[in-house]
Design a protein around this ligand. Sequence first.
Ligand code: URA
Length: 492
Amino acid sequence: MEQVRLAGETDLAGFRAQARALLARQVPPEAVHWSTATAEEDLFADLPAAAEPVPAPVTPPGASRALVPAAFLRLVETVVLHREPARFSLLYRLLWRLVHEPGLRDDPIDPDMLAAQQMAQQVRRDLHKMKAFLRFRPVPDMGCRDGVLHVAWFEPQHHIVEAIAPWCAKRFTGMDWAILTPERSVRWDGTQLSFGPPARREDAPAADAGEQLWLTYYRSIFNPARLKLDMMRKEMPRRYWHNLPEAVLISELSAQAMERSGQMIEADPSAPERRMPRLPPPQPATPAPVHRILSMADLRTATRACRDCPIGEHATQSVVGEGRLGAPLVFVGEQPGDQEDLQGHPSVGPAGQLLDRALQQAGIDRAAVFVTNAVKHFKYELRGKRRIHKSPTQREAAACLHWLEDELALVRPQACVALGATAARSLLGRPVAVLKERGQWLVRADGLRVLVTLHPSALLRMPAEDQQAGFEGFVRDLGVAAQVTGSRPAPG
Ligand code: URA
């Protein structure tokens, strides 16, 4: 029996070199025993006396190279990451058979090939789950770029840490992070990845205050009528739950879901109360009224009657900004949503709650700033009983611009934050590529500084696996704006 010992669990290069040499010497698969060096052995690999040398593969001179399909090489790369100890013998047997049984390439139900494909599928699923379920928690670390190291604990099913690390470095490139797993750890410092020893769950930080906010938010957006437990268990298998902060809520929320959706079905539709006077159709000869806005009360009255664009006719009421006159910062959203239209206050619905959470993390007190929108009425489309948000057109936003400028004249802020493209265009008077221009101070012709960032509803629409990184980027942008208020980010 030939003994082949690979340098580690994911030693693809070693496997390829050994397999090529065995094949060239015509060693059949049943005559080879494959094993891997363990992590402990790895630790002593530099000590010459203790190291058991991995025999160098010997390829006889002149031996021809085995030609295998490119798809098989890709399969090998993935299957090597599987935790099954017999994966290397399976792969070598397949390689041997591909060379000696030409018919294998066209056999779609060969048991060896099916087994390898199934293993590759399991590895891909594990990679996908790790991307979706990584949850970082911040710990202060003065050695890091922002004084914070983001640490995640994850228990992969297979040997995927090295394979996934470059993806993580690209996705979370702006922050310093470490991922701890029972097999190995990996760290990113903004320029390079470094791999370290296995970790224990206790090495990762415990839940923090930010996480409590996340749970409150998760609870508030949970829609019992949309719950599909089977689908959810399929997408988020139970074995991942103990590392997911939001999973503690799942049993509780799903237990109440039947009752809550029953109540929602039974409840009468809530007819929004109309608070705006119906206006007589405009008289063609009447000159447009000239408004002098000297207070927020004037603005409220004037915007209620505004018909400069068609949106006002269908909204419940106008929604103007709220906050301190003289506030150093004004946050400008797009337009009121369903909740804002019903309640008459800006940013109180789901996107507003997310904004509140981000402001808190960036150390900005909402009571100390002014929050408003580029457009003062809710534009929507009726679908059954539901009012679905529709973005205002450029003309509609332009028609509303003078109200926004009136507000700025009343508040006299030092700077504005534009939440999304509509607000950015209204404030800067030109189209703005939000993703390109976000997070930096831009200056208007009148000297007012404007910082552009995402609209919080864009975060709500992101795929679940992107939301946390999206939220952290949003908080970072708000952190730049916080300089104006002299605030500091909330600790942890
Ligand atoms: N979206 C906004 O832009 N503003 C609000 O007030 C609510 C949702």
